[in-house]
Design a binder for this molecule. Structure first.
Ligand SMILES: C[S@@+](CC[C@H](N)C(=O)[O-])C[C@H]1O[C@@H](n2cnc3c(N)ncnc32)[C@H](O)[C@@H]1O
Length: 230
């Protein structure tokens, strides 16, 4: 298990060690949990300062534009899936949203999010389970949902899209980000599942945006999608 102490803390080495472990092809769920348990306290600094992580800001900005186009107000009931330490919530709050709940696999990440006093309900839950059973949230509970930094290597595979469909009311919107390298990794099946849900009449495509400046160590960037739940 990776152990961080004040003696060995060097932001760059620290984040690269954690990222390497978190994103390697054969990382197990237990290893991923160890990574985030160890990372929670320095995640914001590591991601935002050392890696210039732009995902939450870009996602919130793009989603805000679409929400306005669809007539949603600042009271819109939003679920942030894989909310982690709450970076997405912070960006949504800056844009005026005040009714945001969060769900994440890791209690340690949720603890950091809780201290920011942005979210209403914050709860532990796991995306990607059969029939969304491990998410711990009932069907059609939210106007819209957002999910950033979660559909990526060794994290949540394409089954996680079912969780978005599950929690959002029919007619509502789901926004999510996927790094280019993950979108093009066939073993995760993201593209196929996005198309399959369209064919099955579960959601329809609304908007997409590519951002090259997603993480400083990834020049391929990321895609930000919005779908409407049907
Ligand atoms: C890279 S962080 C992204 C956090 C936040 N959305 C952001 O953009 O900063 C990935 C998050 O996904 C969470 N996660 C990983 N697997 C998950 C799962 N199966 N269900 C829910 N959350 C999960 C991790 O605990 C972690 O907080």
């Amino acid at each position: 298990m990776y152990t961080m102490t004040t003696e060995n803390y060097d932001g760059y080495t620290h984040v690269h060690n954690l990222q390497e472990k978190a994103l390697k092809e054969d990382t197990t769920e237990e290893e991923l949990k160890e990574v985030y348990a160890a990372w929670s306290k320095t995640y914001d600094k590591d991601m935002c300062i050392n890696l210039s992580y732009n995902g939450p800001a870009v996602a919130a900005e793009q989603f805000t534009q679409t929400l306005k186009e669809f007539g949603y107000t600042n009271d819109t009931r939003i679920l942030d899936l894989g909310c982690g330490t709450g970076l997405v919530g912070e960006e949504l709050k800056k844009r005026g949203y005040k009714n945001i709940d969060g769900v994440d696999l890791m209690p340690e990440m949720l603890e950091v999010a809780k201290a920011k006093c942005i979210y209403g309900l914050l709860q532990q839950g796991s995306m990607g389970s059969p029939e969304c059973k491990d998410l711990g949230i009932g069907a059609n509970q939210y106007d819209v949902a957002i999910c950033v930094g979660v559909f990526t290597l060794a994290h949540v595979k394409s089954e996680g899209f079912d969780d978005l469909v599950h929690v959002v009311k029919p007619g509502g919107l789901a926004s999510f980000a996927i790094r280019e390298l993950a979108l093009n990794a066939p073993q995760y099946g993201y593209r196929e599942k996005m198309d399959q849900l369209c064919k099955e009449g579960k959601w329809k495509f609304v908007a997409k945006h590519h951002e090259a400046a997603y993480l400083s160590d990834d020049t391929a960037g990321a895609w930000f999608f919005v779908y409407q739940i049907l």
